[in-house]
Design a protein around this ligand. Sequence first.
Ligand SMILES: *Cc1c(COP(=O)(O)O)cnc(C)c1O
Length: 482
Amino acid sequence: MNCAPAIDNRLSIEKSDPGRRGLWCKNPLRAKASIPAALRRKSALRLPELSEFDVVRHYTRLSRLNFSVDTHFYPLGSCTMKYNPRFNEEAAALEGFAALHPLAHDSSAQGTLELIHDLSARLVELCGLDAITLQPAAGAHSEFTGLLLAKAYFEAKGENRTEIVCPDSAHGTNPATASMMGFNTVNLASKPDGRLDVEELKKHIGPKTAVLMLTIPNTLGIFESNIEAIAKAVHDAGALFYMDGANLNALIGMVKPGDFGVDLMHLNFHKTFSTPHGGGGPGAGAIVCSKQLAPFLPVPLVKKSGSGYVSDFGDGRSIGKVKAFFGNTGVLVRAYAYMLAHTPEEFADIARCAIINANYVRSRLLDIYPSYSKEYCMHECVLTPGADMTGKGLRTLDVAKGLLDRGFHAPTIYFPTIVHEAIMIEPTETESKATLDEFVAAMRDVHDSGMADPQALKDAPHTMPVKRLDEVQAARQPNLHW
Ligand SMILES: *Cc1c(COP(=O)(O)O)cnc(C)c1O
């Protein structure tokens, strides 16, 4: 007998049973009578008639269909879906932080101002740079802020620089931000090993270049080993070196980006600093920069004054605000709690574990899922289906769907775009070897079952309420109605 629970796919309206209703409104007829006739609906409203208990079950069931970091291994490359310690939540819920009014005077917000001040100092130190803003709400928003800083910097110097150089191994938001800001994007092809070609870079960089935007490690999970030569080429051309540091968990505590020539960089708190990620909630980013860019940072910043802290509105050269008040401060409290919970040596362990976990998965899968790069990776690896699978018409999408049936969120797929049929796996540092072994076994099982019965894998997922979607149409014309 098959004891697997049947998936109840019905919408709440389909479960409707006339006469059922929630406990809170025992007499809807009397409620209706109290509404003036002119305001009453003419047509019958189609609402599900369900008891409170029906509704609780309906939504609890739906919520359990979700894949989440708290329920499943979630190796979504580039997104750093790691564990968010509950300690962070406790800190953010402390009444002094959670109940602070955004318009409170500095004198009654001393705790939050001190936190912003100390968090800023710690992050600046960690990055080996000089100044920081915590206002941006996300990584892409930080990039936007960083390019505004670059623009203001060159304007102040009287230089008209119109180009941003991005390699093809950059995160997609880098060229998108550059064009949104009205810059021309110069695209650089990577070398076959996935790294930037320094000679090529020199040919494309010059008096028109404002910024080189480099994702480090790049989207192939590889560190640019020529980083010092790259920084020198950028500075020789009078341009700025921007590091997309969204994935700093690969480097944190091991190296300071300022030491290898970075002028400005962004951080993602909802990645590296373990604050909740996705689901549309607030995130936070930061731009950390060198002295020369500091005068242009968004205001207010926080400075020490006597024994307390005050808002600092700068000297008038600021680019202005990019977010209300001090940004998403609840996220900053979580990031601060996370930082305080680790010593500097432990930060390096975070990076080491992120790197070891990715290389463990990579090396245990290489015989059936070849890697784009022949080298060890950093925090993530990019694999592809092998020739035996593609020979049977099996693609990356089939692997991703097959993983859902085995209880794993799919890795990032078809990104980076420079890798044909990419499967980008980022285990993160918080997963145990036991979980990685289960994932490896699932990936191998997807391969073996696909080779034995290719059509069954092409029809996966078999256990999800929704099977294969027309993803282009779903994105362009989402059907949000029943
Ligand atoms: C996630 C990510 C971004 C964008 O960050 P958001 O917070 O999603 O806007 C940019 N660059 C890299 C390398 C990333 O991984």
